[in-house]
Ligand binder design. Sequence first.
Ligand SMILES: C[S@@+](CC[C@H](N)C(=O)[O-])C[C@H]1O[C@@H](n2cnc3c(N)ncnc32)[C@H](O)[C@@H]1O
Length: 225
Amino acid sequence: MKIDILTLFPESFSALKESIIGRAVESGILKIKITDIRDFSKDKHKKCDDYTFGGGDGLLMTPQPLFDAIESVIQKNSYVVYMSPKGSLLNQSKVKEMSKIEHLIIICGHYEGIDQRVIDTFVNEEISIGDYVLTGGELPAMILVDAVARYIPKVLGNENSVINETFSNNLLEFPQYTRPQEFRGLKVPDVLLSGNHQEIEKWRKEESFKLTKKRRPDLLENKAE
Ligand SMILES: C[S@@+](CC[C@H](N)C(=O)[O-])C[C@H]1O[C@@H](n2cnc3c(N)ncnc32)[C@H](O)[C@@H]1O
C-alpha cells in the first residue's frame, strides 16, 4: 500500500518512523510519502491560508496550493481522504476496508479547514476520528495510517492479532496477564494457569461478553451470533 500525506506541518509525522509502522516502512511493506503543501504555493510569501468569504473567525487553507499538491501525487487508482470532524466516524470495519486501497491520499486540514472546492473536486471521503475538534488533521492522519497499516499483511508479526482483539466480532477483548503468576499479592486467575484450553476459551469468551455488556452495550446490538 502506498500512502501520500499532504500537510502544512510535515515534521509532525516523525512518529510514523517509530516501532511497527517505522519497520513496515523500512522494509518496504508500506510506502509513506509526506508532501509539504506549502512547497506548492505560488504566493511570493508561500502563504497557504486566507480569510473566509462571508465573514467568520479564523483562516481557511486556500485552493491553489492544495490543488497543485494533490495533482502532483494523484493517480488513476488513488482514493482521496480529507480528515475532518464533519466526516463519517472511523471504526474498525472501515479501517479494515481501507487497508485494501492501493493508493491512499490523506489531506490534513489546519486552521478553519480547507476550501470546499478542494473537497468537491478531489475528495472521495471525509473521515473523522471522533466527535471532538482538533487543531489540525496531522494527528487524525497518523491515527488512520496506524490503524489501517495493522491490517496490511506482514506489518504485524502475528496475523492473528487483528482477528482476536477488541472490536473483532463486536466484542471488547478479555483481560490478559503475563509473568509473574503473583505480583504484590495479585494473582493471575487460576483458569489461565490450568492448561485446559477449552476452559480458558470459555473464560475468555465470558469475560469479553461481560466487559462489552458493561462498557459498550451498543456493540452487542450489531454482533453476529
Ligand atoms: C480546527 S479544525 C477545523 C474545524 C472546522 N472549522 C469545523 O468546524 O468543522 C482544523 C482541521 O483539523 C482536522 N480535524 C479536527 N478535528 C478532527 C477530527 N475529529 N477528525 C479528523 N480531523 C479533524 C481537520 O483536518 C480540520 O480541517
